[in-house]
Design a protein around this ligand. Structure first.
Ligand code: VG1
Ligand code: CO
Length: 543
């Protein structure tokens, strides 16, 4: 085995987005592409000599090959040790936990999350820091800068390292420890939740269905729900990870997991159903006859967290991403705790969690989490719900109705316009940005604009400022819409429009969300001209 230095040319414009760098798989597989990006991470970190890193991914196509490249590059750059999930598998929350548990210098997670996998689909690489969380903006900015000037990379010339056998072995001068990807994570869950109480709930005939969507949570869910908690065999569906996620879109929402929604609305519905995404950090929660929006889920978890073992002492505070509904704000106000509003992406929660200012946080995009790791966590969210249901002893639908009766209902929906020509998507943003200042006081579709601005985040912990985080228009009475461009798409631009309206009157808590939101949707079309400027009559995905 010998170390080689390969001359290369910079890869222009590889800017890590909301969550790492995502590209079409063939781009990552192209000559020197992955190598250049990994070397750019090493360079941005100021070198990795003597460091210990965690490595794993969601098992999608190219995961195993990329892991071998990253190991060879780690060795050649002097990394002391890499802790790898067996078979190069680690869910995103499990990787975050392992980084923290072992006190490592960070880790690399190979995933394009909810994007489909396969040679003609997407791949991704993200770096998480020593706190277990996604790289903060200053680091992703440095990585981006390095991609534009990387001129050489270092790599060990070697055969593949055996990632199927557990244990510590040498790879060149580096130590590699292959670990069970599930065990430490499952143990962490046992410290947070009263497994006996959940076991009793399940034993009492409470039926659950968990759809792993052929993605990484399969082994985690099988171990935790079926083996440790005694859920009926078969409760975990599509539990064997596949490189192409069975040809599906591993995105747990009513569009891509429609079969599960149909099931809970049907005659033989389980009491509780859930799904997770490609890398296991997202969750969708359903009850018999009911879909729980992620924004409502965050609010319900916050309101009931004191019933759960790890959170009995109460919450330090909560946070949500800006486009997430303000349902959790109402809970925080009632509890007398702080509620922070951050830009989209989990990286912005890290400082608040590290500083102990918040305990729970979440995003409208099916992300919920707590201070137990520094990523959102799909399986954890399911356990939170089960732990709460075991205490409250009522169906999900009743719990939700009771929540709305107490706090009011925030109707919510997101419309995505995918693969829009970048110039057109930017034109929508530019036009609304220019119009913002003149909007207050004007009427649209029967609604009066109360305020409009572009969101800038001032991190209360380190004082950093992040601008351009979404355009928001708020109406009198509490309705609003938000426009932003996705940072995780790989083809053209994805325009996201987020809608929210508030209803205090319990007699109006059973409306169809589309009906409740119709006025604000109409107003957004008048104000932003989305249909005209994108040339799209309707969104591609509605969640
Ligand atoms: C999307 C979601 C965002 C989430 C991000 C990563 O980003 O909107 O809330 O944090 O995906 O999630 P964007 O920029 O496309 O809107 V994951 O599970 O895909 O890592
Ligand atoms: Co994900």
């Amino acid at each position: 085995m010998q170390r080689l230095t390969i001359q290369t040319r910079p890869i222009e414009g590889q800017k890590p987005g909301t969550s790492g760098l995502r590209k079409q798989t063939r781009v990552f597989m192209g000559p020197h592409f992955l190598e250049n990006f990994v070397q750019s991470i090493w360079n941005a970190l100021g070198g990795v000599d003597g460091k210990t890193l965690v490595l794993g991914g969601d098992g999608r196509f190219f995961n195993d090959r990329a892991a071998q490249v990253i190991l060879r590059m780690a060795e050649a750059s002097g990394v002391a040790k890499v802790i790898v999930g067996q078979g190069a598998i680690l869910s995103t929350p499990a990787a975050s936990h392992l980084i923290r548990l072992r006190g490592t210098d960070g880790g690399i997670i190979m995933s394009a999350s909810h994007n489909p996998g396969g040679i003609d689909e997407d791949f991704g690489v993200k770096f998480n820091g020593p706190n277990g969380g996604p790289a903060p903006e200053d680091l992703t900015d440095r990585i981006f800068a390095e991609t534009g000037k990387v001129a050489r990379y270092h790599i060990l010339e070697a055969q593949d390292f055996d990632l199927s056998t557990l244990g510590c072995r040498r790879f060149g001068a580096m130590e590699v420890e292959v670990v069970d990807p599930v065990a430490d994570y499952a143990d962490l869950m046992e410290t947070l939740f009263d497994f006996d109480a959940i076991r009793a709930l399940l034993k009492g005939g409470f039926r659950i269905a968990f759809d792993a969507m052929h993605a990484v949570t399969g082994p985690y869910a099988t171990e935790i729900f079926e083996r440790r908690l005694g859920a009926a065999p078969g409760s975990v569906r599509n539990g064997v990870p596949k490189p192409d996620f069975g040809g599906g879109h591993p995105d747990p929402n009513p569009t891509w997991a429609k079969h599960l929604v149909d099931e809970v609305m049907g005659p033989d519905a389980p009491d509780f159903a859930a799904a997770s995404d490609g890398d296991g950090d997202r969750n969708m929660v359903l009850g018999r006859g009911v879909y729980v929006t992620p924004s409502d889920s965050l609010a319900v978890l916050a309101a009931n967290a004191h019933l759960v073992k790890a959170y009995r002492g109460g919450l330090a505070g909560v946070a949500r991403s800006m486009p997430t509904s303000r349902a959790v704000d109402r809970v925080a106000a009632r509890l007398g705790i702080d509620c922070y509003e951050t830009p989209t992406g989990w990286k912005f929660f890290g400082n608040l969690l590290d500083a102990g200012r918040i305990t729970l946080c979440g995003e409208e995009s099916a992300g919920t989490g707590s201070d137990h790791v520094r990523e959102k966590d799909g399986v954890w969210a399911v356990l939170m719900w089960l732990a709460i249901l075991a205490e409250r002893k009522m169906p999900v639908a009743d719990l939700l109705r009771a929540h709305w009766a107490e706090f009011g209902r925030n109707y919510y929906s997101r419309h995505d316009y995918e693969a829009v020509e970048t110039a057109r998507a930017e034109a929508v943003m530019a036009r609304l940005r220019t119009a913002l200042a003149d909007l207050p006081g004007q009427d649209f579709a029967g609604l009066t604009v109360a305020g409009a601005d572009e969101f800038t985040y001032h991190d209360p912990v380190d004082g950093s400022v992040s601008g351009g985080q979404g355009l928001r228009v708020e109406f009198e009475g509490g309705a609003r819409f938000v426009l932003r461009l996705s940072g995780t798409g790989t083809v053209g631009a994805t325009l996201r429009v987020y809608y929210e309206t508030v209803e205090e009157d319990p007699a109006r808590h059973a409306l169809d969300p589309a009906q409740a939101l119709a006025p604000v949707i109409a107003a957004s079309q008048q104000i932003a001209g989305i249909a005209d400027l994108t040339g799209r009559a309707a969104p591609d995905v509605v969640t």
